[in-house]
Design a protein around this ligand. Sequence first.
Ligand code: HEC
Length: 126
Amino acid sequence: MRRSLPPLILLLALLALPGCVALIEPSAAHVHWTDHRRPGTTQAELDEARTLYLAVCTECHRVRSPLRYEPGEWTWAINRMLAGEDVRIEPAVIDAVALYLSAASALPDAKAVEAYLETHPELAAP
Ligand code: HEC
């Protein structure tokens, strides 16, 4: 029998990904917010982390809103999962995903980003 499982899984993943959680795309405000906590953070790093979050962290459960935890709680929340469940994920992936989720929790939508930019006028384009 021909196995057509991978395309089916792919289709299910595509259907499940958007869910009902709007995952903000990292912006200059997110990079700035993160850079204060992790100097040297780049836009590309945060973009990649968001992609990783969608690819790796939806394997077993739905995408969780960044707002589920406070920015400072995400690393703890993920480590708690790793301690309690049979889940093995590369430390570098955990690290990147936690950084994205923290920034997205701090600045979850366009309104939050706008407010952040107002208090950081140096980020505005010249
Ligand atoms: C191999 C399967 C698997 C993968 C991959 C996985 N998880 Fe989980 N996760 C679980 C299970 C099982 C639970 C416990 C049941 C539940 O809450 O759905 C859990 C629970 C959690 C919880 C605690 C419950 C909650 O909703 O607050 C968080 C947070 C979480 N996962 C985040 C992540 C993140 C972030 C990633 C990617 C880095 C990830 N998970 C990848 C299996 C997985």
